[in-house]
Design a protein around this ligand. Structure first.
Ligand SMILES: Nc1ncnc2c1ncn2[C@@H]1O[C@H](COP(=O)(O)OP(=O)(O)OP(=O)(O)O)[C@@H](O)[C@H]1O
Length: 303
């Protein structure tokens, strides 16, 4: 793998079996990510975004494909090697509440993450705790509180604190703001950007909402039914989208009007029926969509 890429994903595949049906959740997905870069993965519900994120961190095992992180194909690593590497690859979930142990104080939650695979002495741990609580915009007095004593936005800050505690290189953010109201969303997005500036993380930012990723991302990958159908810089996607499905997602954002940039993609039923119309051109007789390779839009070829 070339030096400049932190992560390179090659032909990743994952199929699930559900009630006798086979679902190709991730279908030949390839992309690369540079150090300090943010790549957004956007698509409607069920398009395979979360599965892609989980495969990259090996929270889920792929059927085939490669995931090069720095100079190693992590698919080949054993459990012990992977556990060690996980300090460098973290995930932030939509609902941090589910991943925060309600019986642990913030101090315990953050200390556990700081000490993950490394043992710090007490004074060094306290110094790291202070630095971390300040970085996520909480107060030193908050260290003794429990998760239920915080708002949703504050809980997301704690989740983020746990993810950055090991100073990772890559953070997969899986819909990190979609459970929050608009004002709090903006605060968390700003925090993510500030942290990236200070610490140099690379982000894979998963969202169903193009308007959320617009000010966050260097590049955007559009996913539809397990495939990346278009990938380009933020400017290219917003100003010169090539794929009909990308244009459909953009229409959903822009329909609201110039002044209030808010996405209609939350209305997944409406979007689903519209996308079925748009994509029916590419549909095969057996009911499964086949997006021909010629409609896969890549502007930069990665090697
Ligand atoms: N453990 C599983 N077992 C069976 N099917 C699964 C499993 N996980 C995901 N799927 C299916 O794989 C497809 C992709 O799911 P995935 O969660 O990756 O999509 P998504 O784009 O992240 O959607 P959402 O935003 O709703 O989470 C969906 O059809 C989903 O139902």
């Amino acid at each position: 793998m070339k030096e400049q890429y932190l992560l390179k994903v090659n032909n990743l595949n994952k199929t699930f079996k559900s009630k006798g049906h086979k679902i190709h959740a991730v279908n030949n997905v390839s992309f690369a990510l540079k150090k300090g870069e943010t790549l957004a993965i956007v698509g409607e519900s069920g398009s395979g975004k979360s599965t892609t994120g989980r495969l990259i961190l090996r929270l889920l095992e792929s059927d085939s494909g490669e995931v090069w992180f720095k100079d190693r194909n992590i698919i080949d690593l054993n459990k012990k090697e992977m556990r060690k590497l996980r300090r460098q690859m973290q995930i932030v979930f939509q609902d941090p509440y589910g991943s925060l142990n309600p019986r642990m104080t913030v101090k315990q939650l953050l200390s556990e993450a700081i000490n993950n695979n490394v043992k710090y002495c007490k004074s060094e741990l306290n110094r790291k705790l202070e630095e971390l609580i300040e970085a996520i915009g909480l107060n030193i007095n908050d260290l003794n509180k429990f998760p239920h004593q915080f708002s949703g936005g504050q809980r997301q800050r704690i989740g983020l604190g746990r993810s950055i505690a090991s100073n990772p290189d890559l953070i997969v953010c899986d819909e990190p703001v979609s459970a929050l109201d608009l004002l709090i969303q903006a605060q968390i997005l700003n925090l993510l950007k500030d942290l990236q500036e200070d610490y140099g993380f690379s982000y894979i930012f998963i969202s169903h909402d193009l308007s959320v990723v617009r000010h966050m991302s260097d590049r955007i990958a559009i996913m539809y039914q397990g495939r990346i159908v278009e990938i380009g810089t933020c400017k290219e996607i917003f100003e010169n989208a090539q794929h009909p499905y990308t244009r459909l997602l953009l229409n959903a954002v822009l329909k609201i009007g110039k002044h209030e940039e808010k996405s209609l993609t939350n209305d997944s039923v409406k979007l689903k029926s519209a996308s079925n119309d748009v994509m029916s051109k590419y549909s095969s007789n057996d009911g499964y969509y086949k997006i021909s390779e010629t409609h896969f839009v890549v502007r930069e070829q990665v090697s």
